[in-house]
Design a protein around this ligand. Structure first.
Ligand code: NAD
Length: 487
């Protein structure tokens, strides 16, 4: 019961707690990658359904695949799967809610076979994932499954796999063998066509394991696309302390998030699904227009403020969004460069959506760091910002602000800020990109010629020219005046 758990020890007021009987909730969803976002989004929606007396067969069994997930394993075990989701309101107040939908947790490095058996269990009808954009074994250039991707060959050769794809496909093989029936694999990662990407990786992997299994997966597994949105910064020590001080709640790993949440989900489930629409999820036939809206307005705008904002001396998203020159630059990017590439988005007022975005970014309570936004740029820029550039180039439309953002990334990737202080690069291509970014000063376009990230953009004179102009301005005048010119 709640009273017995570690986080509940001191008697807590002002905190929402699960009012439902957790003991009787059966896991129907296996989720790989229990980090901040999953606990602020899917787990929250399932918790809302449980609170409404629904979805008692749709509890979540979390799975940690990476060795570093041992910390999450230990915290969740100590807390009986309970954790606190803290909404940071714009006025600085906190709204904590103890979430109860995570009813089990398996740590694959301890016992991969247990994970495989859980995926094969007839009660499991959805496997969901938040393993980051860079976690999918996809060739960035072709968009197809990449058998050379780190870990894939080892997993295929191993008796018992250890990676996410190997584990899931081993579970699918058992389902096929035992006649357990179909399954839905639901990616909740931030990628255009996240379901299509997942389909390519899982069927590609299954095919390599066994051609017949590949056919079975293609026929028995569905991969709904979805657009997910809720800013969920990494938990800081100060968040833990605030929870303890203000509410007497001692949580080993709470999650903090903004009040806003959105999930647009394609209705394509092979083995049933919870009635997510009852708790505010938009279940639709076609997610694509909503995805474009989010990736090109929210995520690409994060990139537009991340590098240039950092160089201009800011460290938090809200500092940049509250800076009127930056706000105008960001709105200009959204209106002139991103919006013309969008399709009509049923039920959404785009101007209001953009206003809400600037407000969400400006929420100081969220305290989202630019470091987090700038994490994994090389995986993310080709998903968020560069598709806008390519469409605008093809249409003869404006690209100056996007080019300035790429120039900002190049200057940022040198690894020092405008005061000469080191800037840590968290990117799987950091070594080569930093070398190219530094070489750019003597050899124009060295950075942009990194084809795995930029394709042939360096060959486009209009884009390359705008990129170089912005970069010269960054070298000689710095980020603030460069942004002011484009505001
Ligand atoms: P996080 O670092 O808190 O958690 C990531 C989890 O994924 C960890 O459990 C990690 O072990 C696991 N993981 C990472 N790479 C993996 C791999 N290759 N194989 C298996 N597991 C892997 O990050 P988060 O904030 O939860 O974000 C995760 C993803 O969620 C993002 O990359 C994004 O696609 C999506 N998302 C995040 C936000 C947000 O604001 N944080 C918003 C929308 C979508």
């Amino acid at each position: 019961s709640l009273e017995e758990t570690a986080i509940w020890s001191e008697g807590v007021e002002g905190v929402d707690v699960p009012g439902y009987d957790r003991a009787g909730v059966r896991p129907g969803i296996v989720h790989i990658g229990v980090g901040g976002f999953h606990r602020a989004h899917l787990a929250m929606y399932v918790d809302a359904l449980l609170t409404a007396g629904e979805a008692r067969d749709w509890g979540i069994c979390g799975v940690g695949v990476l060795p570093a997930d041992d910390r999450m394993r230990d915290v969740l075990r100590a807390q009986d799967g309970l954790y606190t989701l803290v909404r940071k309101e714009a006025d600085g107040s906190l709204s904590p809610r103890v979430v109860g939908s995570l009813v089990d947790y398996l740590y694959a490095p301890d016992d991969p076979q247990a994970v495989i058996e859980r995926i094969a269990d007839p009660a499991t009808r959805i496997v969901s994932l938040t393993i980051t954009e860079g976690g999918y074994a996809i060739d960035q250039k072709t968009g197809e499954f990449d058998a050379e991707f780190a870990g894939i060959a080892d997993d295929l050769a191993a008796d018992v796999p250890t990676g996410a794809f190997g584990l899931v496909v081993a579970g699918l093989a058992l389902r096929r063998e035992r006649g357990t029936g179909p399954l839905t694999i639901m990616s909740c990662d931030n990628m255009q066509g996240n379901g299509d990407v997942a389909r390519r990786v899982f069927t590609g992997y299954a095919q390599l394991r066994d051609a017949d299994l590949g056919v079975w997966v293609a026929q028995n597994v569905t991969f709904p696309n979805s657009m997910v949105d809720r800013i969920t910064p990494a938990t800081a020590d100060s968040d833990r302390e605030a929870l303890a001080e203000r509410f007497g709640l001692h949580d080993g790993w709470p999650v903090v998030c903004e009040p806003f949440t959105q999930w647009v989900l394609e209705d394509d489930f092979a083995a049933g699904r919870p009635e997510f629409e009852r708790v505010g999820v938009q279940v639709v036939d076609d997610v694509v227009p909503y995805e474009f809206m989010k990736l090109r307005l929210l995520n690409a705008t994060h990139q537009a403020l991340g590098y240039l904002g950092y160089l201009a001396g800011h460290r938090y998203v809200h500092e940049v969004a509250q800076d009127p020159t930056f706000a105008s630059f960001l709105r200009g990017y959204m209106n002139d460069e991103a919006t013309p590439t969008l399709r009509p988005v049923p039920g959404i007022d785009l101007d209001a959506y953009k206003d809400t975005l600037i407000e969400r970014f400006a929420n100081p309570g969220v305290a989202d760091t630019l470091m987090r936004i700038n994490f994994g740029s090389s995986d993310r820029i080709s998903i968020f910002l560069l598709p806008v550039v390519r469409e605008q180039l093809a249409a003869g439309g404006p690209v100056d602000r996007a080019a300035a953002v790429v120039a900002g990334w190049c200057r940022y990737a040198e690894g020092t800020d405008e005061q000469g202080q080191p800037v840590a690069q968290q990117d799987r291509l950091a070594d080569e990109l930093t070398a190219l970014a530094r070489r750019e000063r003597e050899e124009p376009l060295a950075f942009l010629r990194h084809r795995p990230v930029f394709g042939d953009l360096a060959d486009d004179e209009r884009f390359a020219g705008a990129f170089r102009r912005a970069l010269e301005s960054l070298y000689t005048r710095g980020a603030a005046p460069t942004v002011a010119d484009l505001a």
